[in-house]
Design a protein. Sequence first.
Length: 202
Amino acid sequence: MAPPGEPRRGEGTAWILTEESRRVTQQQVGKYQLIRKLATGGMAEVFLAKAAGPMGFEKTLVLKRILPHLAEEPAFVQMFLAEAKLAARLTHPHIAQIFDFGESEGSYFLAMEYVDGPSLRTLIKRAAGQKLPLPSAVCARLVSHACEGLAFAHDFADETGEPMGLIHRDISPDNILLSRQGSVKVVDFGIAKAADQATETR
């Protein structure tokens, strides 16, 4: 997920930052402490959070929580769970990891990898604003790494060895994140669909 300071995700995902993104909160969701809100969309809100452990251990991550009114709809909760089940099975250097799915006080959430950098769309906009075209070699590398992640998802097989035919269906510059360490991560498999899955996770 993108860090705070990125003003907007694309229309396909519709994440919009608010003033709440700058507020620190002490709210606890399950074993995770929320640090601040990053964005709110039509179906969920996204927080920067941390998990604490013994001896001062801490891990920063992103927590995606279903909006309260949708948490009361069983069909939507099932779609949210389907996203978690699909994405959590995908372990690849170019796919943002899903760590956990849980419920706390009637709210369902996903805990996922925090990518500490901008989306590809933000990078393109910044380059255009400064009239500095992105080098062709850089563009080729970014797209190549994103394609590696998508190819892994598409070729992923179940326990029997049968390919699941998983398709992201919302790949865009908004859903390709770039970490400050140079990693490329595909995110938001929320509307991904397996070939044998009858329920769309939109």
